[in-house]
Design a protein around this ligand. Structure first.
Ligand SMILES: C[S@@+](CC[C@H](N)C(=O)[O-])C[C@H]1O[C@@H](n2cnc3c(N)ncnc32)[C@H](O)[C@@H]1O
Length: 351
């Protein structure tokens, strides 16, 4: 973590909301980010914090008032999901720009350039990773590059790309082999175009003589010097069924499991093609996900309320030995995506 950690007096920050091409998400972003900041505050700020959406001269911000902010807390807030710019309020009418300390290690097109039906919104993915990391007993790992991430239903890799962006090691799993193929083609092309030092190896997944799919292992760093010095990141994509991770992902090796679960609706040619009740799928997958989580780690999932009620999901997570963080039915992360998707987020901790 950079710079000295220093407390200051009362601070009022205004977080300008990033523009979003997605109308639905743009409408929900201010209140979603205010709720996200309250979670980040629980993890990174000792003093009392208020966070609320405000409109100033017809422009939307989230206002954060705190009794004091450490450098680490400022860093965490700078990386909230929809931050476009930061300002400190001086007196009644003046906003002073403050440098946002982004974690982002790679050009932003890593997250934005892929477009496909069923892609999880990038800002929602950031929110999910941030609030899940904040719920762990070691939230600082999000900021110092040591948080180990698993997206056990990663599709074409929005979480994987975000983890790379944050400088983290990440594993993704998806049973749809077309998703692995598409992601492999995308990532190889993207790394080449950006002249990043990298290695890629692919092979088949076999356990006990049984063929279980394909895998891809990637090592990448922003510069040759970083790569040589071992400051590279590792990404693994397992093209296999997430309900059978034994022998493929080590126990207690992951800090956060974050995933956008199937919505139980059809997304064109990709996304939720695997016809299965999402709750049944989670029931079979959770034992494996909990096994690979470290004690003190957390699971964060977005899900469709038309498929499961928050209480049902909370009950499922608790039955698998996790402790749900906050009130799952409080609507703070709930937002309507379209007529068939009423999206919400649930977070639960191990131990
Ligand atoms: C909502 S999509 C995730 C989209 C992803 N976040 C993205 O942005 O590309 C849910 C994913 O769950 C995957 N899935 C469904 N059942 C699965 C299973 N049994 N094992 C692994 N993946 C599964 C689907 O193939 C789909 O890609």
């Amino acid at each position: 973590m950079s710079g000295p950690t220093e407390e200051r007096g009362a601070v009022e920050l205004l977080l300008l909301i990033a523009p979003s091409a997605n109308r639905v998400y743009a409408d929900a972003a201010p209140s979603l980010m205010a709720a996200e900041i309250r979670c980040l505050a629980d993890a990174f700020i000792d003093s009392a914090v208020e966070a609320e959406p405000v409109m100033i001269a017809d422009v939307e911000y989230v206002r954060v008032r705190a009794d004091g902010l450490t450098d680490v807390a400022r860093r965490a807030l700078s990386n909230a999901s929809s931050v476009h710019a930061l300002y400190e309020q001086e007196g009644e009418d003046l906003l002073r720009p403050v440098r946002a300390e982004r974690l982002d290690r790679y050009p932003s097109d890593l997250l934005t350039i892929q477009k496909y039906p069923g892609k999880t919104n990038e800002q929602l993915t950031r929110l999910l990773l941030n609030v899940t990391a904040a719920a762990t007993t070691r939230p600082e790992r999000l900021l110092d590059g040591t948080l180990a991430v698993l997206d056990p239903m990663c599709g074409r890799g929005t979480t994987l790309n975000l983890a790379l962006t944050y400088g983290l090691d990440v594993t993704g799993v998806d049973v749809d082999k077309h998703d692995l193929e598409a992601y492999e083609t995308f990532l190889k092309t993207w790394m080449r175009q950006h002249r990043l030092k990298h290695t890629v190896s692919t092979g088949s997944i076999r356990t006990g003589g049984e063929h279980r799919g394909r895998r891809m292992d990637v090592e990448v760093a922003p510069t040759k010097e970083d790569f040589k010095a071992g400051r590279s990141q590792h990404l693994t994509y397992l093209g296999t069924d997430t309900t059978r991770l034994d022998g493929l992902v080590r126990g207690a090796s992951v800090d956060v499991v974050v995933t956008d679960t199937p919505y139980g609706v059809q997304h064109g040619s990709h996304g939720d093609r695997i016809a299965r009740n999402p709750l049944e799928l989670l029931e079979s997958a959770l034992p494996g996900w909990v096994r690979v989580l470290r004690t003190g780690g957390a699971v964060g999932m977005s899900y469709n309320r038309h498929v499961a009620a928050p209480e049902q999901l909370a009950d499922l997570l608790e039955r698998h030995g996790l402790t749900v963080v906050g009130d799952p039915a409080d609507d703070r992360f709930r937002h309507r995506v379209d007529a068939s998707i009423d999206r919400d987020v649930v977070v639960a901790r191990k131990g």
